[in-house]
Design a protein around this ligand. Structure first.
Ligand SMILES: *[C@@H]1O[C@H](CO)[C@@H](O)[C@H](O)[C@H]1NC(C)=O
Ligand SMILES: *[C@@H]1O[C@H](CO)[C@@H](O)[C@H](O)[C@H]1NC(C)=O
Length: 594
């Protein structure tokens, strides 16, 4: 197993980079080596006499010894340095892993999340409109959308402390801290939703390690750490090392471990706004199975009066679906989603104008589907065998009408896709010839998995928008196969629908029966269980069905919620080629086309 990343955390730097890196170097000697440094609180100088020293680093006369990320994008020189970085060609586009300022120095702009599951919100709350050093509503929304993705966020970086963090502690709180100063209630709301395992903040001038607190609706605790400024006179601690094992690699008992000094959540007052019915519901399904699947989106979202249905849902636009479905307070607009896909700016679509001006890399006019774009559609399709974009190194077997390929970012080893060679929208409405070949592929995958003591679950999302069909095949340990139907039903319940069950019997399998019923007029999700039973759901026209539903549920069942998003599982081309080669060697004796 890869060893956990070793991180250094630091409070307000105020431009004192020499002093900071001197300390880093000594900590590195005694407790290192460290992989990366994250800085919270003001990063830029607050007095002109520090500017020269600071610019020596930014302009390359002094070296930054390890990758350093900051979110405190305010102070002297910030506007100049940051607007230059924004204009830098290499920084074009939407970057969640930081804009490069100079060698080893990265600005975490806006809000986002790393692979490492470090989420951040840069800047402070804005008093007088957007400028460097403040975050926008969109940054907050984007973070909320990220928070709803499956998986536990390991670390959250904010500049300001969350309001209320010192509530209900039993140990001493640092002296002289007035709650109102340098505390941000939006940060508090975000932490309640994101539930990071570590929350790091600066700006209050003191070091404070709060006792861990338990989260509502999550098994893990959160540790809050406030860091003092670099070189502060009181010799308060400004640098702190942690090396947390990513939640994605922890067992469920490890992640639910609660130290004896764990307190209740200091934010329970924020929960009061949710109505009793909801909390009742949550309690009733807090059995162990419901933890398999974390579609438990926060209903607390947008309670501060923002919930007008006029605004667009960022989640829906950016990912194509929103797990809140009809309950979402924001508009699920298919036209806007299409525009967003064509590169139009979210602010422009949402508010009619974008305040980022020339800094924004998105388009500020509605985009028609030009002829050029239309013809490029199949050229860009990953699944069209005739398309130059097809990932041919992932293909493992080619038949007459179907081929088999490994997915990019497989959920588990031996995750396979069965894909029509032509650009066809689903596998249900094709001729018997297609069906026979598909069955042959399914059977050989089943036989192959039987040999590994595994069962196979198949599922397909048939979108009315007519993307290239793909039937997913995922191996499940035999011991978990019985739980599939229950978990899928539970997940459906959480999204507010019930599956129709089609049992396999002597006359026909579930799949044949569904084929005779399917009218091609609706979007549809179905899953074929190892015993041939089929569960399906027809999505209503206005229903925003999560296109990754099947994968997310199976990820939950296998306790690997972090892998639900394929982008978290992406491999290099070399690794993919190797994976396909190894699969081929094992699968060969079952391959119907060999
Ligand atoms: C930390 O120590 C390692 C050797 O243990 C060294 O290679 C590395 O350059 C040091 N990094 C910093 C930031 O001092
Ligand atoms: C809480 O308890 C753990 C040990 O169980 C200890 O390491 C930690 O320092 C304590 N934290 C605080 C803030 O008291």
């Amino acid at each position: 197993m890869v060893s956990p990343p070793r991180l250094l955390l630091c409070g307000d730097v105020f431009g004192r980079l020499s002093q900071l890196f001197k300390r880093v170097s000594s900590v590195n000697k005694s407790a290192g080596p460290f992989d990366v440094l994250f800085c919270v609180g003001q990063f830029f100088p607050d007095s002109p006499d520090r500017l020269d020293e600071f610019m020596d680093y930014v302009e390359g006369r002094s070296q930054i010894p390890l990758p350093t990320y900051f979110i405190g994008d305010y102070g002297l020189g910030a506007a100049k340095v940051l607007s230059a970085a924004s204009r830098n060609h290499g920084n074009a586009g939407f970057k969640m892993d930081g804009l490069k300022i100079c060698e080893n120095l990265y600005w975490l702009k806006g809000s986002g999340k790393f692979k490492l599951h470090v989420a951040y919100l840069s800047g402070r709350q804005s008093v007088e409109g957007p400028q460097f050093g403040t975050y926008s509503n969109d940054d907050v929304d984007a973070l909320r959308a990220l928070a709803e993705e499956p998986g536990v966020v390991d670390i959250l970086l904010t500049n300001e402390w969350p309001s209320g963090i010192t509530n209900i502690v039993t140990t001493d709180v640092p002296e002289g801290m007035s709650e109102s100063l340098g505390s941000d209630s939006i940060v508090a709301e975000l932490v309640v939703e994101i539930k990071p395992r570590y929350h790091i903040a600066g700006t209050r001038g003191v070091f404070y390690a709060r006792e861990p607190y338990a989260n509502v609706d999550a098994v893990h605790v959160t540790r809050f750490l406030g860091l003092a400024p670099v070189g502060n006179k009181d010799k308060q601690k400004f640098i702190h090392a942690i090396s947390p094992t990513p939640a994605s690699l922890m067992s469920s008992s490890e992640i639910s471990m609660k130290p004896s000094n764990t307190t209740l959540s200091p934010y329970t007052y924020l929960e009061k706004n949710t109505d009793a019915k909801e909390s009742g519901k949550r309690n009733s399904d807090s059995n162990s199975e419901s933890q398999y699947w974390r579609y438990d989106v926060s209903q607390k979202r947008h309670k501060s009066g923002v919930g007008d249905g006029d605004k667009l849902c960022f989640k829906f636009l950016s990912s194509g679906s929103c797990p809140r479905g009809e309950k979402c307070n924001f508009r699920h607009d298919i036209e806007a989603k299409e525009q967003y896909r064509r590169g139009v700016c979210f602010d422009f679509l949402n508010k009619g104008k974008c305040e980022r001006g020339p800094d924004c890399n998105f388009k500020h006019s509605l985009q028609g589907e030009g002829d050029q774009q239309r013809s490029s559609r199949s050229r860009e399709c990953w699944f069209c065998l005739s398309s130059p974009s097809v990932e041919s190194h992932l293909i493992v077997s080619v038949g007459g009408n179907y081929y088999c390929a490994l997915p990019k970012g497989p959920l588990v080893p031996d995750h396979v896709l069965i894909i029509p060679i032509e650009h066809l929208p689903n596998t249900l409405s094709l001729s018997q010839e297609y069906e026979t070949e598909l069955k042959r592929f399914q059977n050989s995958i089943r036989m192959y998995q039987k040999k590994q003591k595994k069962e196979v679950v198949f599922f397909e999302w048939v979108s009315k928008r007519g993307t290239h069909a793909n039937l997913q095949a995922i191996p499940i340990p035999s011991s978990r196969a019985n739980a599939l139907q229950r978990i899928f039903s539970l997940a459906a319940e959480k999204l507010g629908f019930k599956f129709t069950t089609v049992k396999s019997d002597d006359s026909a399998g579930g799949r044949e029966k569904l084929r005779t019923q399917f009218d091609n007029r609706h979007s549809l999700f179905y899953v074929e269980l190892p015993d041939g039973t089929l569960l399906f759901h027809e999505a209503a026209d206005n229903e925003a069905f999560p296109s990754q539903f099947g994968r997310e549920v199976v990820a939950g069942l296998l306790n690997i919620a972090d892998r639900a998003d394929w982008r978290n599982c992406a491999l290099s081309k070399e690794e993919e080629t190797k994976m396909a080669g190894e699969f081929n060697a094992r699968f060969e004796e079952f391959d119907p086309n060999k």
